[in-house]
Design a protein around this ligand. Structure first.
Ligand code: ACO
Length: 328
Protein backbone atom coordinates (compact mmCIF):
# COMPACT_ATOMS: atom_id res chain seq x y z
CA UNK A 1 0.00 0.00 0.00
CA UNK A 2 1.46 3.37 -1.00
CA UNK A 3 1.55 6.65 0.90
CA UNK A 4 -1.41 9.03 0.76
CA UNK A 5 -3.05 11.63 2.97
CA UNK A 6 -5.34 10.10 5.50
CA UNK A 7 -6.13 9.24 9.09
CA UNK A 8 -3.16 7.60 10.80
CA UNK A 9 -4.62 7.11 14.28
CA UNK A 10 -7.98 7.47 16.04
CA UNK A 11 -8.81 7.99 19.70
CA UNK A 12 -11.75 8.86 21.93
CA UNK A 13 -12.50 9.87 25.48
CA UNK A 14 -15.90 9.27 27.05
CA UNK A 15 -16.53 10.58 30.56
CA UNK A 16 -17.41 7.84 33.02
CA UNK A 17 -20.74 9.08 34.36
CA UNK A 18 -23.76 7.77 32.45
CA UNK A 19 -26.98 9.76 32.80
CA UNK A 20 -30.34 8.16 31.97
CA UNK A 21 -33.53 9.78 30.71
CA UNK A 22 -35.21 9.01 34.03
CA UNK A 23 -32.58 11.17 35.74
CA UNK A 24 -33.50 14.03 33.41
CA UNK A 25 -37.10 13.69 34.58
CA UNK A 26 -35.86 14.77 38.01
CA UNK A 27 -34.62 18.10 36.58
CA UNK A 28 -37.29 18.97 33.97
CA UNK A 29 -40.81 17.97 33.01
CA UNK A 30 -39.94 15.13 30.64
CA UNK A 31 -40.02 11.35 30.45
CA UNK A 32 -38.01 8.45 29.10
CA UNK A 33 -40.85 7.76 26.64
CA UNK A 34 -40.81 11.32 25.22
CA UNK A 35 -37.04 11.46 24.84
CA UNK A 36 -36.79 8.00 23.26
CA UNK A 37 -39.71 8.58 20.88
CA UNK A 38 -38.49 12.03 19.73
CA UNK A 39 -34.73 11.48 19.71
CA UNK A 40 -33.83 7.79 20.16
CA UNK A 41 -31.52 8.81 23.02
CA UNK A 42 -31.43 6.54 26.10
CA UNK A 43 -28.28 7.72 27.88
CA UNK A 44 -25.49 10.29 27.60
CA UNK A 45 -22.15 10.85 29.34
CA UNK A 46 -21.60 13.73 31.75
CA UNK A 47 -18.08 15.00 32.48
CA UNK A 48 -16.96 14.95 36.12
CA UNK A 49 -16.92 18.29 38.00
CA UNK A 50 -13.13 18.35 38.01
CA UNK A 51 -12.91 17.79 34.23
CA UNK A 52 -12.85 20.64 31.72
CA UNK A 53 -12.75 20.71 27.92
CA UNK A 54 -8.95 20.46 27.68
CA UNK A 55 -8.97 17.32 29.87
CA UNK A 56 -11.38 15.55 27.53
CA UNK A 57 -9.47 16.73 24.46
CA UNK A 58 -6.10 15.70 25.88
CA UNK A 59 -7.30 12.18 26.71
CA UNK A 60 -8.68 11.66 23.19
CA UNK A 61 -5.51 13.12 21.64
CA UNK A 62 -3.28 10.78 23.64
CA UNK A 63 -5.43 7.83 22.61
CA UNK A 64 -5.14 8.82 18.92
CA UNK A 65 -1.36 9.16 19.19
CA UNK A 66 -1.11 5.74 20.85
CA UNK A 67 -3.38 4.21 18.20
CA UNK A 68 -1.07 5.44 15.43
CA UNK A 69 2.09 4.61 17.45
CA UNK A 70 3.12 8.29 17.46
CA UNK A 71 5.06 10.29 20.02
CA UNK A 72 4.06 13.91 20.76
CA UNK A 73 7.19 15.04 18.84
CA UNK A 74 5.73 13.51 15.65
CA UNK A 75 2.91 16.11 15.55
CA UNK A 76 3.42 19.37 13.58
CA UNK A 77 0.12 21.16 14.15
CA UNK A 78 -3.16 20.92 16.12
CA UNK A 79 -6.67 21.87 14.97
CA UNK A 80 -9.36 21.60 17.62
CA UNK A 81 -13.07 21.89 16.90
CA UNK A 82 -15.33 22.91 19.76
CA UNK A 83 -18.24 25.15 20.70
CA UNK A 84 -17.66 24.61 24.42
CA UNK A 85 -14.09 25.83 24.99
CA UNK A 86 -11.88 25.73 28.06
CA UNK A 87 -12.10 29.55 28.32
CA UNK A 88 -13.40 32.21 25.94
CA UNK A 89 -9.83 33.20 24.96
CA UNK A 90 -7.25 31.88 24.29
CA UNK A 91 -8.37 28.78 22.49
CA UNK A 92 -8.55 25.26 23.88
CA UNK A 93 -5.89 24.07 21.41
CA UNK A 94 -3.28 26.15 23.28
CA UNK A 95 -4.03 24.36 26.57
CA UNK A 96 -3.91 20.97 24.89
CA UNK A 97 -0.62 21.80 23.13
CA UNK A 98 1.13 22.66 26.41
CA UNK A 99 -0.11 19.56 28.22
CA UNK A 100 0.50 17.15 25.34
CA UNK A 101 4.19 18.10 25.26
CA UNK A 102 4.32 18.60 21.50
CA UNK A 103 6.61 21.65 21.61
CA UNK A 104 5.83 25.09 20.21
CA UNK A 105 3.95 23.90 17.16
CA UNK A 106 1.10 26.03 15.75
CA UNK A 107 -2.32 25.19 17.07
CA UNK A 108 -5.74 26.75 16.81
CA UNK A 109 -9.44 26.17 17.40
CA UNK A 110 -12.03 25.88 14.72
CA UNK A 111 -14.62 27.37 17.03
CA UNK A 112 -18.34 27.79 16.62
CA UNK A 113 -18.61 25.41 13.70
CA UNK A 114 -21.24 23.39 15.51
CA UNK A 115 -21.54 19.70 15.02
CA UNK A 116 -19.82 19.91 11.61
CA UNK A 117 -16.59 21.07 13.28
CA UNK A 118 -14.63 17.84 13.28
CA UNK A 119 -15.20 17.01 9.61
CA UNK A 120 -14.35 20.61 8.65
CA UNK A 121 -11.19 20.37 10.76
CA UNK A 122 -10.24 17.10 9.04
CA UNK A 123 -10.50 18.89 5.70
CA UNK A 124 -8.32 21.79 6.94
CA UNK A 125 -5.79 19.26 8.25
CA UNK A 126 -5.77 17.42 4.94
CA UNK A 127 -4.87 20.59 3.07
CA UNK A 128 -2.12 21.39 5.62
CA UNK A 129 -0.74 17.89 5.16
CA UNK A 130 -0.90 18.21 1.37
CA UNK A 131 0.62 21.68 1.15
CA UNK A 132 3.27 21.38 3.78
CA UNK A 133 3.77 17.70 4.51
CA UNK A 134 2.55 18.26 8.06
CA UNK A 135 1.20 15.70 10.47
CA UNK A 136 -1.83 17.31 12.07
CA UNK A 137 -3.67 16.32 15.22
CA UNK A 138 -7.40 16.97 14.81
CA UNK A 139 -9.63 17.01 17.88
CA UNK A 140 -13.42 17.29 18.21
CA UNK A 141 -14.49 17.94 21.79
CA UNK A 142 -17.61 19.08 23.58
CA UNK A 143 -18.36 19.56 27.26
CA UNK A 144 -21.76 20.91 26.50
CA UNK A 145 -23.52 19.77 29.68
CA UNK A 146 -21.46 22.34 31.62
CA UNK A 147 -22.61 25.29 29.51
CA UNK A 148 -26.22 24.41 28.67
CA UNK A 149 -29.36 25.29 30.59
CA UNK A 150 -30.35 22.28 32.72
CA UNK A 151 -33.86 23.71 33.07
CA UNK A 152 -34.66 23.96 29.35
CA UNK A 153 -36.25 20.65 28.42
CA UNK A 154 -36.32 21.62 24.75
CA UNK A 155 -32.54 21.33 24.53
CA UNK A 156 -30.93 19.82 27.64
CA UNK A 157 -32.02 16.23 27.04
CA UNK A 158 -30.40 16.16 23.60
CA UNK A 159 -26.72 16.50 24.47
CA UNK A 160 -23.77 14.67 26.01
CA UNK A 161 -20.04 15.16 26.64
CA UNK A 162 -17.25 13.43 24.67
CA UNK A 163 -14.03 13.90 22.72
CA UNK A 164 -12.56 12.26 19.63
CA UNK A 165 -9.29 12.76 17.80
CA UNK A 166 -7.45 11.73 14.66
CA UNK A 167 -3.90 12.13 13.38
CA UNK A 168 -3.93 13.31 9.76
CA UNK A 169 -0.93 13.03 7.48
CA UNK A 170 0.71 10.98 4.80
CA UNK A 171 1.67 7.40 5.43
CA UNK A 172 1.36 3.84 4.27
CA UNK A 173 -1.72 2.11 5.60
CA UNK A 174 -3.57 5.33 6.41
CA UNK A 175 -7.34 5.51 6.20
CA UNK A 176 -7.24 7.41 2.91
CA UNK A 177 -9.16 10.66 2.47
CA UNK A 178 -10.61 10.40 -1.04
CA UNK A 179 -12.70 13.58 -1.18
CA UNK A 180 -14.27 16.25 0.99
CA UNK A 181 -16.96 18.88 0.67
CA UNK A 182 -18.36 21.57 2.95
CA UNK A 183 -20.72 24.51 2.97
CA UNK A 184 -22.27 27.24 5.10
CA UNK A 185 -25.58 29.09 5.09
CA UNK A 186 -24.87 32.08 7.31
CA UNK A 187 -28.38 33.44 6.77
CA UNK A 188 -29.49 30.69 9.19
CA UNK A 189 -27.00 31.61 11.93
CA UNK A 190 -29.62 32.78 14.42
CA UNK A 191 -31.72 29.61 14.19
CA UNK A 192 -29.35 27.62 16.39
CA UNK A 193 -26.83 29.13 18.77
CA UNK A 194 -25.92 30.88 22.00
CA UNK A 195 -27.19 34.43 21.76
CA UNK A 196 -25.46 36.01 24.74
CA UNK A 197 -21.82 36.22 25.79
CA UNK A 198 -20.31 37.89 22.71
CA UNK A 199 -20.19 41.56 21.73
CA UNK A 200 -23.79 41.62 20.62
CA UNK A 201 -25.12 40.79 24.09
CA UNK A 202 -22.20 40.92 26.55
CA UNK A 203 -22.65 39.17 29.88
CA UNK A 204 -24.28 41.33 32.55
CA UNK A 205 -25.67 40.41 35.96
CA UNK A 206 -29.15 40.96 34.61
CA UNK A 207 -28.63 38.61 31.67
CA UNK A 208 -27.07 35.95 33.89
CA UNK A 209 -30.03 36.23 36.25
CA UNK A 210 -32.28 35.38 33.31
CA UNK A 211 -29.99 32.52 32.29
CA UNK A 212 -29.23 34.11 28.92
CA UNK A 213 -25.55 33.06 29.07
CA UNK A 214 -26.71 29.44 28.85
CA UNK A 215 -29.69 29.94 26.59
CA UNK A 216 -29.34 27.78 23.50
CA UNK A 217 -31.69 29.21 20.90
CA UNK A 218 -32.98 26.42 18.70
CA UNK A 219 -35.80 26.11 16.21
CA UNK A 220 -35.93 22.33 16.48
CA UNK A 221 -38.10 21.70 13.43
CA UNK A 222 -36.05 23.94 11.12
CA UNK A 223 -32.82 22.38 12.42
CA UNK A 224 -34.32 18.94 11.80
CA UNK A 225 -35.31 19.76 8.21
CA UNK A 226 -32.01 21.41 7.31
CA UNK A 227 -29.93 18.69 9.00
CA UNK A 228 -31.61 16.00 6.90
CA UNK A 229 -31.34 18.00 3.69
CA UNK A 230 -27.74 19.16 4.11
CA UNK A 231 -26.30 15.87 5.37
CA UNK A 232 -27.97 14.04 2.47
CA UNK A 233 -26.89 16.58 -0.17
CA UNK A 234 -23.31 16.78 1.15
CA UNK A 235 -23.11 12.98 1.01
CA UNK A 236 -24.12 12.93 -2.65
CA UNK A 237 -21.73 15.79 -3.45
CA UNK A 238 -18.73 14.08 -1.96
CA UNK A 239 -19.55 10.83 -3.78
CA UNK A 240 -19.77 12.74 -7.07
CA UNK A 241 -16.41 14.40 -6.34
CA UNK A 242 -14.82 11.00 -5.77
CA UNK A 243 -16.55 9.52 -8.84
CA UNK A 244 -18.26 6.71 -6.95
CA UNK A 245 -21.88 5.88 -6.17
CA UNK A 246 -23.70 5.19 -2.91
CA UNK A 247 -23.68 1.48 -3.79
CA UNK A 248 -19.89 1.54 -3.40
CA UNK A 249 -20.11 2.82 0.18
CA UNK A 250 -19.95 0.18 2.91
CA UNK A 251 -20.89 2.40 5.84
CA UNK A 252 -22.17 5.93 6.43
CA UNK A 253 -21.04 7.51 9.71
CA UNK A 254 -23.23 10.58 10.21
CA UNK A 255 -23.24 13.22 12.93
CA UNK A 256 -25.34 11.70 15.70
CA UNK A 257 -27.96 14.44 16.16
CA UNK A 258 -30.93 12.23 16.87
CA UNK A 259 -32.31 8.94 15.62
CA UNK A 260 -35.15 10.45 13.60
CA UNK A 261 -32.75 12.71 11.71
CA UNK A 262 -30.49 9.72 10.99
CA UNK A 263 -33.40 7.59 9.81
CA UNK A 264 -34.57 10.39 7.53
CA UNK A 265 -31.06 10.78 6.04
CA UNK A 266 -30.89 7.00 5.51
CA UNK A 267 -34.29 7.03 3.79
CA UNK A 268 -33.28 9.91 1.49
CA UNK A 269 -30.08 8.17 0.52
CA UNK A 270 -31.81 4.79 0.11
CA UNK A 271 -29.65 3.16 2.78
CA UNK A 272 -30.61 0.07 4.72
CA UNK A 273 -30.20 0.12 8.52
CA UNK A 274 -26.96 -1.84 8.57
CA UNK A 275 -25.21 0.67 6.31
CA UNK A 276 -25.65 3.59 8.74
CA UNK A 277 -23.69 3.65 11.97
CA UNK A 278 -25.76 4.80 14.94
CA UNK A 279 -24.72 5.26 18.56
CA UNK A 280 -26.82 8.31 19.48
CA UNK A 281 -28.91 6.07 21.76
CA UNK A 282 -25.89 5.73 24.05
CA UNK A 283 -24.18 9.15 23.91
CA UNK A 284 -26.79 11.67 22.72
CA UNK A 285 -25.60 14.55 20.57
CA UNK A 286 -21.94 15.23 21.38
CA UNK A 287 -21.43 18.03 18.85
CA UNK A 288 -17.95 18.07 17.30
CA UNK A 289 -17.10 14.83 19.09
CA UNK A 290 -19.93 12.83 17.58
CA UNK A 291 -18.35 11.90 14.22
CA UNK A 292 -14.93 10.82 15.58
CA UNK A 293 -16.54 8.83 18.40
CA UNK A 294 -18.89 7.11 15.94
CA UNK A 295 -16.05 6.40 13.50
CA UNK A 296 -13.89 4.98 16.29
CA UNK A 297 -16.71 2.76 17.55
CA UNK A 298 -17.59 1.54 14.05
CA UNK A 299 -13.98 0.44 13.59
CA UNK A 300 -13.80 -0.97 17.13
CA UNK A 301 -16.96 -3.05 16.58
CA UNK A 302 -15.57 -4.53 13.36
CA UNK A 303 -18.16 -2.76 11.19
CA UNK A 304 -15.44 -1.68 8.72
CA UNK A 305 -13.21 -3.99 6.66
CA UNK A 306 -9.98 -3.10 4.86
CA UNK A 307 -10.84 -1.54 1.49
CA UNK A 308 -14.29 -0.35 2.61
CA UNK A 309 -15.47 3.11 1.60
CA UNK A 310 -16.82 5.02 4.60
CA UNK A 311 -18.73 8.26 4.28
CA UNK A 312 -18.74 10.91 7.03
CA UNK A 313 -21.47 13.57 6.96
CA UNK A 314 -22.21 16.28 9.49
CA UNK A 315 -24.38 19.33 10.07
CA UNK A 316 -24.51 21.96 12.79
CA UNK A 317 -24.94 25.55 13.91
CA UNK A 318 -23.93 28.15 11.37
CA UNK A 319 -25.51 26.41 9.51
CA UNK A 320 -22.37 24.51 8.54
CA UNK A 321 -22.19 21.12 6.89
CA UNK A 322 -19.41 18.88 5.67
CA UNK A 323 -18.88 15.41 4.23
CA UNK A 324 -15.82 13.29 3.61
CA UNK A 325 -15.22 9.98 1.86
CA UNK A 326 -12.63 7.61 3.37
CA UNK A 327 -11.11 4.34 2.19
CA UNK A 328 -10.01 1.97 4.95
N1 ACO B 1 -39.86 16.40 27.26
C1 ACO B 1 -41.18 16.55 27.07
N2 ACO B 1 -41.71 17.46 26.27
C2 ACO B 1 -40.87 18.23 25.58
C3 ACO B 1 -39.48 18.13 25.71
C4 ACO B 1 -38.98 17.17 26.58
N3 ACO B 1 -37.65 16.99 26.78
N4 ACO B 1 -38.91 19.03 24.89
C5 ACO B 1 -39.90 19.69 24.27
N5 ACO B 1 -41.09 19.22 24.70
C6 ACO B 1 -42.40 19.67 24.28
C7 ACO B 1 -42.40 21.12 23.87
O1 ACO B 1 -42.54 21.97 24.98
C8 ACO B 1 -43.57 21.18 22.96
O2 ACO B 1 -44.74 21.25 23.72
P1 ACO B 1 -45.99 22.12 23.22
O3 ACO B 1 -46.43 21.48 21.95
O4 ACO B 1 -46.96 21.99 24.35
O5 ACO B 1 -45.45 23.49 23.02
C9 ACO B 1 -43.52 19.84 22.29
O6 ACO B 1 -42.80 18.96 23.14
C10 ACO B 1 -42.76 19.91 21.00
O7 ACO B 1 -43.23 18.87 20.27
P2 ACO B 1 -42.85 18.77 18.76
O8 ACO B 1 -42.69 20.10 18.15
O9 ACO B 1 -43.77 17.81 18.13
O10 ACO B 1 -41.41 18.12 18.91
P3 ACO B 1 -40.58 17.58 17.73
O11 ACO B 1 -41.21 16.33 17.23
O12 ACO B 1 -40.29 18.67 16.76
O13 ACO B 1 -39.26 17.18 18.48
C11 ACO B 1 -37.01 17.91 18.73
C12 ACO B 1 -38.49 18.17 19.08
C13 ACO B 1 -36.61 16.58 19.32
C14 ACO B 1 -36.17 19.02 19.34
C15 ACO B 1 -36.88 17.88 17.18
O14 ACO B 1 -37.43 19.02 16.63
C16 ACO B 1 -35.46 17.72 16.76
O15 ACO B 1 -34.85 16.71 16.95
N6 ACO B 1 -34.87 18.75 16.13
C17 ACO B 1 -33.47 18.77 15.82
C18 ACO B 1 -32.77 19.42 16.96
C19 ACO B 1 -31.33 18.99 17.10
O16 ACO B 1 -30.90 17.92 16.71
N7 ACO B 1 -30.57 19.87 17.73
C20 ACO B 1 -29.23 19.56 18.09
C21 ACO B 1 -28.26 20.56 17.65
S1 ACO B 1 -28.14 20.69 15.94
C22 ACO B 1 -27.60 19.28 15.29
O17 ACO B 1 -26.94 18.54 15.92
C23 ACO B 1 -27.96 18.98 13.93
Amino acid sequence: MGDFIGLLGLGVYLPERVMTNDEWAEYVDTSDDWIVARTGIHTRRIAADEESTADLALAAAQAALADGAFEPADIDEIVLATDTPEVFAPDTAAYVQARLGVGHIPCYDLAGSGCAGFVLALDVARSRALADGRRVLVIGVELITRLMNWKDRNTCVLFGDAAGAAVVGSGAGAIEILAATAGTDGAKSDILGLEAGGTRLPITMERVRHGLHKNLVMDGREVFREAVRRMSEASLQVLAKAGVSMDDVALVVPHQANLRILNAVAARLGLSEERVFINVQEYGNTGSASVPVALWEARDQGRIKPGDLVLLTAFGAGFHWAAMLLRF
